[in-house]
Design a protein around this ligand. Structure first.
Ligand SMILES: NC(=O)c1ccc[n+]([C@@H]2O[C@H](COP(=O)([O-])OP(=O)(O)OC[C@H]3O[C@@H](n4cnc5c(N)ncnc54)[C@H](O)[C@@H]3O)[C@@H](O)[C@H]2O)c1
Length: 342
């Protein structure tokens, strides 16, 4: 058991909520920050059910440096897991200023607050979008970087910011490059609750399966892959959450900063995910092939060897399991989390 206190930014978001549960199981003291711009206050109640106790939550924007610094001090935080961020690629193309302000200025503010509060351990949610999409898979941490949209560039810039600060201060950091998170907690109490049309494949499929949408749009079936659809590395959010626990433990062996992939090492096509989902929901899912999306590379999957070596971590769960878990979440919460705002 740990007596360390860990703060999570973006704490009520999809991935962070699963990280909270994984850390609570390991006995960490936790504190959460979120401005609720893309999540619901209802998550706090669900988390308290799952961790069987109170969850210290602050509704705050990470760009509010003074409030964050004060909370870090108040809770005597030892390490921060920084998951807060905007993540829709299309939106980032339309409104880059908003993305740079939230993701880059937000991270600058957080790092400043951490310096002011003397917190020197950080795990950052980066993304496989930092890689040049033309690089061959499996992608290793030394594969050429070259994000092609503002969202990916904000992740790239924040990684470099963290590297620069870590090189000249006490900061020790791990930049986790996530591949494609899917699935939900097996309880069905927490999961991905996208606002509007989902940008990601799994919630889109599940909304079609539950009758909320008519058909799944498949963005191109003429890629140079065995079935013509894009191949990605889908990682169960439970595995991803456990990767954060492993990263926190590994911070003890980091001297400055390191980038580490969190993926399964296996590529799965859109049609393979569709078939697994049809098995899980036990009904056919209507599809329509539409134009390719700008910026989608044919194949992207991780080489997870460095995570195995540095974090002693590997993904265990399958896409089939992720479909079963996501479907349970979808059935139990057909319209997502309850709206507590009114
Ligand atoms: N889901 C993915 O496919 C994926 C892949 C790679 C990386 N990531 C990264 O992982 C992190 C978490 O992603 P997620 O899927 O859980 O997204 P999410 O939107 O569910 O969670 C992000 C949370 O951050 C909060 N937030 C945003 N800006 C904030 C700010 N300025 N101050 C305070 N809170 C703020 C949002 O309200 C939300 O609750 C993000 O940084 C994302 O870029 C996600």
């Amino acid at each position: 058991m740990h007596t360390q206190t860990v703060a999570l930014t973006g704490a009520t978001g999809y991935i962070a909520s699963h990280v909270v549960v994984a850390l609570a199981e390991q006995g960490y003291n936790l504190v959460g920050f979120d401005n609720l711009s893309n999540s619901s206050a209802a998550v706090v109640e669900r988390l308290e059910q799952l961790i069987d106790g109170p969850f210290a939550f602050h509704k705050v924007d990470i760009r509010d440096t003074a409030t964050i610094a004060e909370a870090l001090q108040q809770h005597q935080v030892d390490a921060v897991i920084h998951l807060a961020g905007l993540k829709a690629v299309g939106e980032s193309v339309d409104d880059p200023l908003r993305y740079y302000d939230n993701n880059v200025a937000g991270s600058l503010s957080l790092l400043t607050a951490m310096r002011d509060a003397c917190v020197n351990q950080l795990v950052f949610s980066s993304s496989a979008t930092v890689y040049d999409p033309d690089q061959p898979s499996p992608l290793t941490e030394t594969s050429q970087l070259g994000p092609i949209n503002p969202y990916g560039r904000t992740k790239y810039v924040v990684e470099r910011l963290i590297d620069d600060v870590a090189a000249t201060s006490d900061l020790r950091a791990i930049n986790l490059r996530y591949f494609n998170p899917v699935g939900a907690h097996p309880s069905g109490l927490i999961g991905e609750d996208p606002v509007g049309t989902p940008n990601n494949l799994m919630p889109f499929i599940m909304q079609v399966a539950s009758g909320q949408r008519d058909e799944l749009s498949i963005f191109g079936n003429d890629y140079d892959t065995p079935d013509g659809t894009c191949i990605r590395d889908y990682i169960h959010v439970t595995d991803l959450a456990n990767g954060h626990v492993a990263a926190l433990n590994a911070l003890a062996t980091v001297t400055t900063s390191e980038a580490i992939n969190l993926g399964t090492g296996t590529g799965t096509s859109v049609l393979d995910v569709l078939r697994a989902a049809e098995q899980a929901v036990d009904r056919p899912i209507p599809t329509r092939v539409v134009e390719r999306r700008a910026g989608d590379g044919a194949v992207s999957f991780a080489d997870p060897a460095l995570a195995a070596d540095r974090l002693n971590w590997q993904a265990d769960l399958t896409v089939a399991q992720a479909c079963v878990d996501h479907w349970r979440w979808q059935r139990q919460n057909p319209t997502g989390y309850p709206d507590l705002s009114g």
